[in-house]
Write a protein that binds this ligand. Structure first.
Ligand SMILES: Cc1ncc(COP(=O)(O)O)c(C=O)c1O
Length: 428
């Protein structure tokens, strides 16, 4: 049986100097049951990673969907190594900035001009400031997860430290329910600067929904912003806006842009983007060349090879076969699959005497034990082989019946070798 002793020792040590022991909430101990989980990864190549106890996994998290090609992609990493020999960052801009901007303009329907950031939150916060400056309005309407900064996180349950005045400016509405957005506009008919949404996460847009959002936003003089932090360069080279045929005024990108190197982007209409010259959107590392080189190499590879096609095909296999496994176990009342083939989710509902968190804990325990790294995600990468998929589906074909039996017979407690996860802050 796998052990996680080194991980656990390192976690104990990390917690002395690092709150949560992690820089990212979704990578922290809050998500991983103690005793049956790894907490630290040492290295990765292709679709495989190794934890600090030497356990090997096929990774279906892929750094929270930032890695689309696979770890240590040779084309991306050799371009980065060549740039490293020239220097990382300078005292004036480097030409790579415009090369990446030009490539995004070529590939993404809404993109006429582009600015860069590091994390997705840089881009979403910058886009909101830009929309406020452009429209002269303060309020925003949001649907989905848009990052850690005050303007957004104040609208969620994890809003400590955000001033009430800031919280009052952000209004949430519900995906595929245009009436909820209409209500926001009824309450603030002249005040909404932007409607921001993830064009899709778990469920597909109903026919006409995204266009209706665009029309409603424009009718009220607001800008439409697609948060394509995950969907960009994953659903299609031109993002979800290309797949669904609705072009926003602005779009934000992050994770999928550079195969794991830290770079984000705001792209959009030139007349809006020009106003970037008058707001303040500026930071020391915005033009850092290694990540921009990685972005260019990633986009060039996306153009050269059938990457998105492969992610879609492989992801579709996962969805279809997992649906059959769930149906065969007669567990469709509490287990399911949702999302796009390139970014899908194993979904769990409360069932019998158990909460979804208890059921998820058993799921994680058993998937990790079988060498599958997942938090319920199938974040596909170009490195996943047919054999990786076979192993994932083999693990599901053992674990889904085990979950079903534990829930239906009321034996989940005795199947767990750890304390269940605490109910968590969830954004989608
Ligand atoms: C849709 C979406 N927007 C914004 C963000 C924030 O990006 P970051 O964590 O890189 O700041 C995320 C991160 O998970 C995201 O999924």
């Amino acid at each position: 049986m796998r052990t996680y002793h080194n991980s656990e020792k390192l976690l104990e040590r990390a917690l002395k100097t690092i709150p949560l022991g992690s820089q990212t909430f979704s990578k922290s101990k809050t998500q991983y049951p103690l005793g049956v989980s790894p907490f630290f990864i040492q290295r990765g190549i292709g679709s495989r990673v190794w934890d600090v106890d030497g356990n090997e996994y096929i990774d279906f998290i892929n750094s929270l969907a930032a890695v689309t090609l696979g770890y240590q992609d040779p084309d991306v990493d050799s371009a980065v190594a060549a740039q490293l020999r020239q220097g990382v960052i300078f005292s004036l801009p480097h030409p790579i900035e415009m090369e990446v901007a030009e490539k995004i303009v070529e590939l993404v329907p809404c993109a006429e001009m582009v600015r860069f950031g590091k994390n997705g939150s840089d881009a979403t916060a910058g886009a909101v400031r830009l929309a406020r400056a452009f429209t002269g309005r303060d309020h925003v309407a949001v649907c989905g997860y848009h990052g850690w900064q005050d303007w957004y996180i104040g609208s969620t349950a994890r809003n400590r430290g955000v001033p009430a005045a800031t919280k009052a400016l952000t209004h949430t509405w519900t995906y595929n329910d245009i009436g909820t957005l209409e209500k926001v506009f009824q309450a603030f008919p002249q005040d909404i600067a932007a409607v921001m949404l993830e064009p899709m996460n778990l469920i597909e847009p109903q026919p006409g929904f995204l266009q209706a959002v665009k029309d409603l936003a424009h009718k009220h003089g607001a800008l439409l912003i697609f948060d394509e932090t995950v969907t960009g360069f994953r659903y299609a080279i031109g993002g979800a806006q290309q797949v669904f045929g609705v072009t926003p005024d602005l779009a934000t990108f992050g994770k999928g842009l550079a195969n794991g190197y830290p770079v984000a982007a705001i792209a959009g209409r030139a007349d809006v983007m020009r106003l970037m010259e008058e707001i303040f959107f500026s930071f020391t590392f915005g033009g850092e060349t290694l990540s921009l080189t990685a972005a260019l190499a990633t986009m060039q590879k996306l153009e050269r090879e059938p990457i998105i096609e492969t992610l879609c095909r492989q992801g579709q296999t996962v969805i279809k076969q997992l649906q059959s496994i769930i149906a065969a176990a007669d567990a469709t009342d509490f287990l399911g699959v949702a999302g796009h083939p390139t970014w899908s989710f194993f979904t769990i509902k409360d069932s019998g005497n158990y909460t979804m968190w208890q059921i998820k804990t058993l799921f994680l325990q058993e998937m990790f034990a079988r060498g599958i790294l997942t938090i319920g995600t199938h974040n596909m990468s170009y490195s996943h082989t047919d054999d990786d998929l076979r192993k994932l589906l083999q693990a599901y074909s053992e674990v889904v019946p085990m979950l079903t039996e534990a829930v239906k017979r009321g034996t989940l407690g005795s199947a767990l070798r750890c304390e269940p996860l605490e109910p968590l802050f969830k954004v989608r």
